[in-house]
Design a protein around this ligand. Structure first.
Ligand code: G4P
Length: 526
């Protein structure tokens, strides 16, 4: 197969949802179609259950599983499908955001009874920032769901994206009769006892009396609703979808494998193949011959006995080859990767080559951090996703003076992995850890102890947001840093960060220093 056709058959995407909407169930059904697994229940949930907040064995077990399920690749109808898994738990949201930097499109799963939930909104925000094409799958239609039009409206209003339904449900819950596939005028009947794939019954047009035969009086309502729909929505435009402006919407029930194949088939038809990617230097096209890729995720110490880390590299251009020397552009060093792995059918195996869109697992002994770029020699730096201001902050202190080296190393490595963000106070040099959720602090403490033999203690700190400051007026920055010296910190990359202790203090600072911009986000590798 030619290099070009290899790229054109690749679809790399993530399925995201608010916890419990059905991401794991849908992923599993897609893997069944792809023959990557053979029985339902084979994909272990990668989510850390709410009840597990202090059950660290459970967290460790889940970490192990999440390596195996981080990338699930399979072949289907000539396509090479790469599904990137994301942690469902909201405390690990940053991990999800970073994974979204490595996908070409996204499927958002929404629970039909609950509608759009907070985590879905945040995930969509990231997709919008990156103009990532999105398909919406409204799940659990076998359960009583919200009114269909209200659901669509909710998606548009809360996710701030235009939609285009491509299927339409006939009732929900016990009355759920199936979905009408708008794009090929076919009806699919729902039968909870049969989970086989139904090719659907095709209709020339909606006035076909055959409709009544299958769904009785609901046919009238379906006609009315579809007429209304067609009046309101313009025809589906692939271009609008690919530009990230319109999200096609499907309805179904992942649990009953209903509506999943239509989703997969349409997805494969319309979802983008690997796309050009901006770097600090230039836009890189996947079809360029020279290899390039970047690290979007690091999994460390999977086996605590062997300090092993895996850096997940997304191939962005050219062909990746085993044992070829590649340039690590941040370190300016050459690396040969002798045992790169791929994750076919949820199994890890050594590969000789990979193409744009693929994810390569690179064994690492501490050379990579998130955002690092590997190339054939050219010096380029892929743009990461900005890091967001954490929501919670704590001082981290050494609780065992004999182990300060271990602690420093542990903190350093965990931060490279992106477990949390580290800030160092410019005033007193104390280290501040910033997290999204409480569970992250617990994981850090546990891992420092179990993987690095170090003990830490967290101490409270009054903090509202970390603000990266920027201004063309160097004097203003110097003046600001002097005046706010007690609240200034440095992030992991040495950038100045103002640690605002309250919204009021931030407003005051903004008022006083109009020439300075205060950002709640920052590029990884700016
Ligand atoms: P997540 O990865 O998005 O967190 O969700 P997951 O697939 O684990 O699904 C959450 C629960 O919802 C599961 O119930 C799952 O069986 C159920 N579910 C998923 N899709 C459907 C659907 O289409 N219809 C119905 N009725 N249920 C669905 P569970 O195994 O009982 O787990 P839990 O409730 O104990 O968490």
């Amino acid at each position: 197969m030619s290099f070009k056709s290899e790229i054109e058959r690749r679809k790399t995407f993530a399925i995201v949802s608010h916890p419990d909407a059905g991401k794991t169930t849908l992923t599993e059904k897609l893997l069944l179609f792809g023959g990557a697994i053979h029985v339902a229940g084979a994909v272990k949930s990668n989510k850390i259950k709410k009840t597990a907040t202090s059950d660290f064995m459970e967290i460790e077990r889940q970490r192990g599983i999440s390596v195996a399920t981080s990338v699930m690749a399979f072949e289907y109808n000539g396509y090479k499908v790469n599904i990137l898994d994301t942690p469902g738990h909201q405390d690990f949201q940053e991990d999800t955001f970073r994974t979204l930097t490595a996908v070409d499109s996204v499927i958002i799963v929404i629970d039909g009874a609950k509608g759009v939930e907070p985590q879905t909104e945040k995930l969509m925000e990231v997709c919008r920032m990156r103009k990532t094409p999105v398909i919406v799958f409204i799940n659990k239609m076998d359960r009583p769901s919200k009114d269909t039009f209200s659901l669509i409206e909710e998606v548009e209003d809360q996710l701030k994206i235009a939609t285009r339904p491509l299927s339409w449900p006939i009732n929900s819950g016990p009355e759920f009769k199936g979905v009408y596939n708008i794009y090929d005028s076919s009806l699919q009947l729902f039968n909870p006892n049969v989970q086989e794939i139904d090719p659907g019954i095709k209709f020339e047009n909606l006035n076909d009396p055959g409709l009544e035969k299958h769904i009785g009086n609901d046919a009238g309502t379906l006609r009315e609703e579809l007429e209304l729909l067609e009046g309101v929505y313009p025809a589906f435009s692939e271009k609008d979808y690919l530009e990230g402006n319109t999200a096609p919407v499907f309805f179904g029930s992942a649990l009953y494998n209903f509506g999943v194949q239509e989703l997969l088939n349409t997805f494969l038809k319309i979802a983008p193949t690997p796309r050009p990617r901006p770097s600090n230097e230039r836009i890189v096209d996947p079809y360029e011959q020279a290899f390039s890729g970047f690290v979007f995720k690091i999994h460390a110490n999977i086996d605590p006995n062997h300090r092993s880390r895996i850096a997940f590299v997304k191939v962005c251009s050219g062909k990746f080859e085993r044992n070829k020397p590649y340039t690590h552009t941040r370190l300016g060093k050459e690396f040969r990767i002798s045992s790169p792995t791929a994750f076919m059918a949820a199994k890890k195996e050594i590969i000789d080559e990979a193409y744009p869109g693929d994810i390569v697992g690179v064994p690492d002994t501490g050379n990579f951090i998130i955002g690092d770029t590997l190339t054939d020699g050219e010096i380029i730096h892929y743009k990461g996703l900005p890091s967001f201001s954490p929501e919670m902050f704590r001082y981290i202190e050494n609780a065992d003076p004999m182990k300060s080296k271990q602690l420093a190393k542990g903190i350093d490595q965990l931060m490279d992995e992106g477990v949390a963000q580290l800030f160092t106070s410019q005033f007193n040099n104390r280290k501040i850890i910033g997290c999204v959720g409480q569970l992250q602090f617990e994981v850090i403490q546990y891992r420092l102890e179990h993987e690095y033999g170090a003990k830490c203690r967290f101490e409270p700190i009054q903090m509202y947001k970390a603000c990266w400051i920027k201004s063309d007026d160097k004097q203003a920055i110097e003046e600001f840093k002097k005046r706010k010296s007690q609240r200034m910190a440095t992030d992991k990359f040495g950038r100045d960060v103002f640690m605002a202790d309250s919204p009021f203090m931030l407003d005051m600072a903004r008022g006083e220093f109009e020439n300075i911009d205060f950002h709640f986000t920052s590029e990884f590798d700016a």
